[in-house]
Write a protein that binds this ligand. Structure first.
Ligand code: FAD
Length: 71
């Protein structure tokens, strides 16, 4: 099946950006009962600034709800 061109997308809701904000919006939309939404991003993956950039040696120095050390 061919990938539809973005011009042919038809959704009730479009979320622009797949960083924390877009992912959070998608979670909240689904929790609120919305299913017909699309998250779009310039990038070829999710994560926003964490997708676009690398921060060698970055670490957390406080407890965080949304971040955790994975190294
Ligand atoms: C080194 C560093 C450390 C940080 N530490 C913390 C921390 O400890 N605690 C904390 O709470 N926060 C921290 N932050 C901040 C946090 O990471 C950012 O606030 C968060 O990632 C922002 O998410 P966002 O989704 O709003 O924006 P972004 O991550 O910038 O994502 C926006 C996305 O939207 C896309 N986009 C924008 N315009 C368009 C368009 N017109 N069409 C298609 N796509 C588009 C972009 O490509 C991008 O992927 C840190 C940030 C950095 C850089």
């Amino acid at each position: 099946m061919p990938t539809p061109s973005p011009d042919t997308y038809d959704h009730e809701i479009i979320v622009v950006g797949a960083g924390f904000s877009g992912i959070g919006a998608a979670i909240k939309l689904r929790q609120a009962g919305f299913e017909d939404f699309l998250v779009v991003d310039d990038a070829d993956g999710v994560g926003g600034t964490w997708h676009w950039n690398t921060y060698p040696g970055v670490a957390m120095d406080i407890p965080s709800f949304s971040y955790r050390n994975v190294g």
